[in-house]
Design a protein around this ligand. Structure first.
Ligand code: DLL
Length: 433
């Protein structure tokens, strides 16, 4: 089923017309209401009347995370506080959080895009959905919650963590769908085994996983552990939260809801717009958001876009799984390394579990890369010779994939700290001086 056939299957030419009209209106709106945007547009010598169709998007200035920080907390809002019905925020690693606001209409639009997303995983009113993303300032919990209610599913607002309770409700309430981060899904799967819960008693059939990068290898492991089909959902606080894009059954990328969020891919260094199919930084313009619309917001997520119509019938552009964020990329002895590359190598092997940690150190001015990964229980009881063989195989696969050598540390199951939300995969000790 398709939640909103009109927009999800619209001819691309027609969609571009809709985007153009909405863009024109957006630029007028922010020019009058947001001093920051008025200044940015004036700096480029642009008047709202200069924006006539979607082709003019590329004339507009970019917005960055730093701009949001500089205007903390409400400086980019286009409406007064009395029109705002909700705040959310994402906590950065340093400093102040990034704050966003929603009007009543924004919440409606958000529920609509999450409803479209859930429908891609065949979620209907016959489903019981356990929302195990965190509720609160983080957008995951409430975002999925409103979308699931819009679809008419029965929502269990359990939030993140409290694993024993999660398992109990899975069993007792008969949840058919679970929404959480992929790393937490892997942990839940493993806990099911540990608690010796009979998989026959669990009715789960689908998982809505996102909020952090995860590989197709991780997908297979989660699907096996939980006996479900795992779907990827993408979003970010600044744009709306979850529901910016989501993959359908064909799983050939995540469909972006382009009638609300216009995507572009740019070369992060030159800011040049790249054609479909090329890898670069994802940029979004929110054309319908009222409280805090953003023009050409640089997400720092790296991916590719594809525009061919999908077998599901949707004409919406698809984005590939994110390779990572430009600011997650590690440069180790001059070589670019993404944690997702390490994950792919590790999880291709059946002996390893989906729990790992990348530790970077600097010794005598030389960077060292250490990869800790948990190994299936049975291997630990096996002969040392076999463990050593496994270690060597991982070492050689890492070296041929990344182009640099790494210290591989095989650790016992349960050693690496579990996360109830976004997993911490990297410890970079080089910056801590
Ligand atoms: O993580 C929103 C969300 C909640 C998305 C629940 C999906 C499910 P932030 O905390 O602002 O918002 O983090 C946004 O997380 O720029 C990406 O780097 C990363 N991210 C989100 N979804 C995915 C995904 C939420 N499916 C940042 N794959 C984004 C890879 C993802 N990375």
């Amino acid at each position: 089923m398709i939640w909103n056939k009109h927009y999800e299957c619209m001819e691309r030419e027609e969609l571009r017309k809709v985007q153009g009209e909405r863009l024109q209106e957006l630029v007028k709106r922010v020019y009058d209401a947001v001093p920051f945007y008025k200044m940015q547009l004036q700096k480029k010598g642009i008047e709202p009347g200069d924006i006539k169709d979607i082709e003019d998007l590329k004339k507009l200035p970019f917005t960055t995370k730093q701009d949001l920080r500089d205007n903390y907390p409400f400086g980019l809002f286009a409406l007064p506080q009395s029109d705002i019905v909700r705040f959310h925020a994402s906590s950065g690693t340093t400093g102040k959080p990034t704050v966003v606001g929603y009007t009543h209409n924004d919440i409606q639009m958000w529920s609509e895009v999450v409803a479209r997303s859930l429908t891609m995983a065949d979620v209907t009113k016959s489903d019981i959905i356990q929302v195990a993303y965190g509720y609160g300032l983080f957008t995951g919990g409430l975002g999925l919650h409103y979308g699931a209610e819009k679809v008419g599913a029965s929502v269990i607002p359990i939030s993140g963590g409290n694993t024993k309770k999660q398992l109990q409700l899975l069993e007792d309430f008969g949840s058919t769908v679970i929404a959480c981060t992929p790393s937490y899904a892997a942990y839940l799967g493993e806990s099911l085994e540990e608690e010796k819960i009979d998989p026959g008693k669990i009715k789960l059939r689908a998982g809505i996983f996102g909020a952090e990068p995860w590989t197709t290898e991780m997908r297979s492991q989660i699907e096996q552990l939980l006996g479900i089909k795992a779907f990827d959902i993408y979003g970010l606080t600044e744009i709306i939260g979850p529901g910016v894009s989501m993959e359908c059954h064909f799983q050939r990328g995540m469909h972006i809801f382009e009638d609300h969020f216009i995507p572009e891919i740019i070369n992060p260094e030159t800011e040049e717009v790249l054609p479909y199919g090329e890898l670069g930084e994802l940029v979004f313009t929110t054309v319908t958001k009222e409280a805090m619309p953003l023009i050409r917001y640089r997400t720092r997520d790296l991916t590719r876009l594809h525009a061919e119509t999908c077998e599901c019938g949707r004409t919406l552009v698809r984005m590939e799984k994110c390779v990572g964020r430009s600011d997650d990329m590690l440069i180790i002895r001059g070589v670019n390394v993404f944690p997702s590359q390490v994950e792919s190598v590790l999880l291709e092997m059946s002996e390893t579990k989906p729990h790992y940690l990348i530790v970077v150190n600097r010794e005598n001015n030389l960077d060292t890369l250490e990869i800790q990964v948990e190994v299936e229980e049975e291997f630990f009881s096996d002969e040392v010779k076999e463990l050593e063989g496994l270690r060597q195989r991982i070492k050689s696969n890492i070296s041929s994939t990344l182009g640099i050598s790494a210290i591989i540390r095989l650790v016992e199951p349960g050693t690496i700290e579990r996360s109830m939300g976004k997993a911490k995969r990297v410890v970079d000790n080089r910056n801590i001086q």
